[in-house]
Design a protein around this ligand. Sequence first.
Ligand code: C2E
Ligand code: MG
Ligand code: MG
Ligand code: MG
Length: 289
Amino acid sequence: IAKEMGGNHVRYYTAAMQDAAMVRKRLIDDLRNAVVQKQFVLHYQPIVSLKTGAIYKAESLIRWLHPSQGFISPAVFVPIAEKTGLIIQIGDWVFKEAARQIKHWREKYHSSFQLSINISPIQFQNDDMNHVGWLNYLRNLGVPAHSIVLEITEGLLLDKSVVVSEKFIDFHGEGMQVAIDDFGTGYSSLSYLKTFEIDYLKIDQSFVRNLTHDSHDMIVCEAIVGMAHKLGMKVIAEGIETPEQRDLLAAAGCDYGQGYLFARPLPAMEFEQFLVGSLQPGCFSKNNI
Ligand code: C2E
Ligand code: MG
Ligand code: MG
Ligand code: MG
């Protein structure tokens, strides 16, 4: 097509491509440097009980504080980290940072506080991911494995390779929990629900966005909740931005909610302030968890 448009366009197109390639190469170099210099930080978004409003869970979400460009979204750099293999070192940092944080919050706020960590399929598929090291790290910290929920995507569970299943068996054996992230957006096969022990399904925000206008989305949410509960799983809805969405999801029987309505992902200190501000009388009752 560029050729048909004439010589100038061809040159322009090539120049633009070179620019894009250079920007990308620069970003890869910067990311490599970021791993060495530890330019990452975890933010934490509360996961709220839709039944009681209590908060005993959060999801950790990584941010890259680039020295000249400011915060860079994981939606931008995680795919690059996956392609370059840097996700192994980054993921290792995420796990250990999250483990230290959960230890602190379990001691300070609630002994059953739980933290979700996003794990890329590339990490599971890579021999270099030192999952035994992770389990040892938890043991040395004195953090029980069931205080951590691994958020994975549906596609990973269709990967039957030994490297993947070995890690699942070891994690599960220690009591670590598993959530399916972005549920309903990946593969149409549900066969993996029979073979893997899953603790949580996270309804993707694309089903939540138009909930108040689209009755089909409500039917999908109700069906997910019905299936999950019968299979012994809990449901977390993502991307709740309005009280109406929260109320409809609660009416559908959804267990937990997460979204800007409650709080954005927050730095650790602000997350603590949010927790303290949201503590209600009786919220430490075990029944509320
Ligand atoms: P995710 O795990 O599905 O995370 C949910 C995303 O939705 C987050 O984007 C969160 O900030 C955003 N979100 C939360 N509430 C709302 C809401 O009410 N409305 C809208 N519009 N968005 C909301 P974020 O933080 O940019 O992360 C994007 C993705 O990057 C994550 O999707 C996850 O797949 C990946 N990611 C984040 N942290 C990590 C990490 O530590 N390791 C790996 N491997 N991936 C990560
Ligand atoms: Mg997630
Ligand atoms: Mg998600
Ligand atoms: Mg997502």
